[in-house]
Ligand binder design. Structure first.
Ligand SMILES: Cc1cc2nc3c(=O)[nH]c(=O)nc-3n(C[C@H](O)[C@H](O)[C@H](O)COP(=O)(O)OP(=O)(O)OC[C@H]3O[C@@H](n4cnc5c(N)ncnc54)[C@H](O)[C@@H]3O)c2cc1C
Length: 488
């Protein structure tokens, strides 16, 4: 039954969730609608009193004209994935973008209580500059030999998924997994690599393995083929904004022309009646031609239970891990260490109470007065779960003890700020890509999902997903795609 002829001409899209996924989907929908001159209006519903979800910056007074700029969620957007930078440019924020400081361009790994730099010439997990790698103090000679013998390990030929841990151990050996992959990926994805999917995280690694028989060979080959231009060599790997990542959210919220409703949570499961979806919110029922769910997977699952129970079941399979951060401000003179890196990652076998730390004032300008330093410590991830539930005073004490042990800081911080995200990170477990495909296949026309649980947890990937989602939604509405799917 095509019920499109019964619809008012101005079709209504309801976007649920005002995090970066929901806001950027609204932005691209607005843009495509204007470009194509289509009659569509949209509403964004956000449960909280502010926009942005996990993209949140706090400004703390410090007695100077320049408050501390403290990130509560993300602090950096990957430049190599261009979608966040492009969005910033579209929003007119180009002049506010800042790059990471080049002077401190390295990361330390805690290794038996000592800080060893991540070996030079290692591209994420793969050694590409062998001479530089051989100089590394992180691995023993035996471990280095095992890592470099990767070129002789036969390629796995099938297309099934495996964990990152299994992949790294298989190709590079246990030391590479424990000392490099585990702390580095825990730092980036807040994950346990024994569960994290290779195909959802680094699909190109499997392709390179198949094509070249060895990742080292593949990466060295591609690096000789693609000599980076002078621009690329100096381009920073990450960017943010002078006023923090929140500027992206503020830029979006100020330029969206649809109906934007804060403090308006969806309350009841979605219903379907006569070709329209009925979204039950705290201020009443909204009728929608299409609904875009930009909420965490477990929230979306709860509200799809009546119209798509299969999707609910599948969405509930996406597990989340918590994460917390405590940002501490110190007088520079109180810090004995040079803080000559972006920070430290901490392997689980070091048995610490923290997962890692960012030396914020070494990484970014515009964060604290020049005579102070800002250190952001991460806790509560898969390796230190119980820390998420420790009270603030105890947390501060534990973190100060860790900072004393690792960096010999024995002064009290001038001030500090704590953030806890109980379900901070969706986990892309082995088979994730198939699970997401199954969820998308289960969704009926005009219901869409977007956000960190599906096609990438990083903000650039989420924005890319938002572009695709907005375009897909628009195309379906233009085609009067009103058939109910057989999956109901
Ligand atoms: C500590 C931390 C550090 C990070 N660091 C980085 C980094 O440096 N770089 C990077 O790229 N990424 C980073 N990430 C990941 C990235 O920030 C997140 O993946 C991303 O912000 C998630 O965006 P989202 O819109 O999908 O979800 P969310 O931000 O969770 O947004 C979902 C929104 O839905 C709303 N909502 C929930 N229920 C309802 C309801 N019933 N009705 C209406 N609205 C509802 C929520 O209030 C929320 O605003 C980090 C994440 C964390 C937690």
């Amino acid at each position: 039954m095509n019920t499109a002829q019964n619809m008012p001409t101005l079709k209504h899209v309801v976007i649920i969730g005002g995090g970066i996924a929901g806001l950027s989907t609204a932005w691209y929908l607005q843009r495509y609608v204007q470009e194509q001159n289509v009659e569509i209006r949209y509403t964004v519903l956000e449960a909280e009193s502010t926009w942005g979800g996990k993209v949140k910056t706090t400004y703390l007074e410090n007695g100077t004209a320049q408050p501390y700029v403290v990130e509560c969620g993300p602090d950096a957007f990957l430049t190599r994935k261009p979608w966040a930078a492009q969005l910033a440019d579209e929003l007119g924020l180009s002049n506010e973008k800042i790059s990471v400081q080049p002077t401190a361009k390295r990361i330390y790994i805690l290794n038996r209580g000592r800080l060893d730099p991540i070996p030079e010439g290692v591209h994420l997990l793969v050694p590409t500059d062998i001479r530089a790698f051989l100089r590394s103090s992180l691995f023993s000679w035996r471990e280095k030999a095992r890592i470099l013998s990767e070129v002789f390990i036969p390629a796995r030929k099938d297309e099934t998924d495996e964990s990152i841990e299994a992949f790294v151990k298989r190709r590079f050996g246990c030391a590479a997994s424990q000392k490099l992959a585990e702390p580095l990926l825990a730092g980036i994805y807040n994950t346990d690599i024994s569960c994290q999917s290779l195909l959802a995280t680094f699909p190109h690694y499997r392709k390179l393995e198949l094509q070249y028989g060895s990742l080292i060979r593949a990466m060295r080959h591609s690096m000789t083929l693609m000599k980076p231009s002078a621009d690329k060599q100096t381009e920073s790997a990450f960017f943010s904004f002078q006023g923090g990542t929140m500027r992206l959210v503020e830029g979006l919220a100020s330029q969206l022309e649809g109906q934007l409703l804060l403090k308006t949570p969806v309350k009841e499961p979605l219903a379907y009646q006569q070709g329209q979806y009925l979204v039950s919110t705290s201020i009443g029922i909204l009728s929608a031609d299409a609904v875009i769910w930009a909420t965490p997977a477990y929230v979306t699952a709860k509200f799809l239970v009546e119209v798509v129970p299969t999707a609910t079941e599948l969405l509930n399979k996406i597990r989340y891990e918590g994460i917390g951060t405590i940002t501490l401000m110190y007088r520079r003179e109180d810090i004995p260490h040079a803080l000559d890196a972006y920070g430290v990652v901490v392997p689980s076998h070091e048995n610490r109470n923290i997962d890692g730390m960012t030396w914020v004032t070494s990484k970014w300008t515009h964060r604290a007065p020049a005579d102070q330093v800002m250190i952001r410590v991460f806790f509560g991830g898969p390796q230190t779960r119980s820390m998420l539930f420790v009270d603030d005073v105890e947390l501060l004490n534990i973190v100060c003890r860790e900072l004393n042990d690792i960096l010999s800081i024995d002064s009290k911080p001038l001030t500090y700020h704590i953030d806890r995200w109980e379900n901070g990170y969706p986990q892309y477990e082995v088979g994730h890509h198939l699970l997401i495909q199954a969820i998308k296949n289960a969704l009926p026309p005009r219901i869409y999902i977007v956000g960190s649980a599906y096609d990438g947890v990083g903000v650039p990937d989420i924005i890319h997903g938002a572009q695709r989602c907005a375009m897909f939604c628009l195309e379906q509405l233009k085609e009067n795609y009103y058939e109910r799917a057989s999956t109901y």
